[in-house]
Design a protein around this ligand. Sequence first.
Ligand code: NAD
Length: 335
Amino acid sequence: MTVKVGINGYGTIGKRAAEAINKQDDMKVVGVTKTRPTYEASVAVELGLPLYVPETSADDFKKAGIKVAGTIKDMYKKVDIIVDCTPGDVAEEYKKEYAEAGVKGIFQGGEDHSLTGISFNASANYKESWGAQFSRVVSCNTTGLIRTLYPLDRKFKIQSVFATLIRRGADPNNSKSGPINAVEPSLKIPTHHGPDVQSIMPWLNIQTMAVKVPTTIMHLHTVTVKLGAETTTEEIIELWKEAPRVRLVSGKSGIKSSAQIMELARDLGRPRGDMYEIAVWEDGVKVVGDTLYFYQAVHQESDVIPEIIDCIRSMCKIEEDASVSMRKTDRSMGI
Ligand code: NAD
């Protein structure tokens, strides 16, 4: 079975999702959407991706000489599932359209859990999206926290988590908002990130704060976890060595900041220089009694992409076993 996928919103996440989907043998991108006739729309066509546009802008694309395959509503007729990668404010309307057209929809972390009632992380709750019409892959930061916390919770039963999220000011291609020349605390405490983790792990006692800083390349988390049992630094490191989509890095080997993690991704030949795994500094992990301290870095543009692939497999009932789906995804993406 080959699942036919449409990408609504061909931006940072949409482009990466399209590339990763077309690396799978059980799904295929049959259309992407753009609202304006930009260079990105031309590139999509050049790459052989059928381009669908809003009815109201079809003329603009024609004038710009960009070949379109039809309207966004035409695309619904060609697909089994839409990966909605539009910005946070339009999903509600699109959800109604997908429901009317009888197609499934995956939304992103810019939306609230209440939009779909189901949120997704491959390790933690693959089965909850099984056959669902709508689901939501949680945000880059939430995905990052769940990747490291879920295996810890399974082994040690976490008592509480406190995390500070040091957030990138903007994505690298965003010259409109750009990196801010400031350090900006989120004044609403706790931030929404803790409740977002709870959309997947509702039992977890977690509080978060966040600070925006002048960088575009990654987020960094400082995390303190009170575990249900005493352990050692070595045991925690061994646990994460086995955890999916977590990569241990070390300051001793020269990885002292997010800059070297991005260089590592480029050295590995990753498409777009993406780092899909959550990077944890092995020499920055410390256990004192039952309390664990660590740092992790999150590549906001790409860590959710493998989760999107697995979410398609769960929602379209292609593979029942989460670990089989994850292995397949990871192999195809060089993780
Ligand atoms: P983006 O701005 O890079 O891309 C959004 C795309 O949607 C653009 O191509 C834009 O032209 C298109 N678009 C805008 N309005 C549209 C409409 N009405 N109909 C169809 N297309 C429309 O945004 P992004 O960073 O890819 O984010 C998309 C979603 O993914 C958001 O929910 C965001 O919160 C989430 N997300 C973003 C990141 C990140 O760091 N970039 C990480 C994880 C999740």
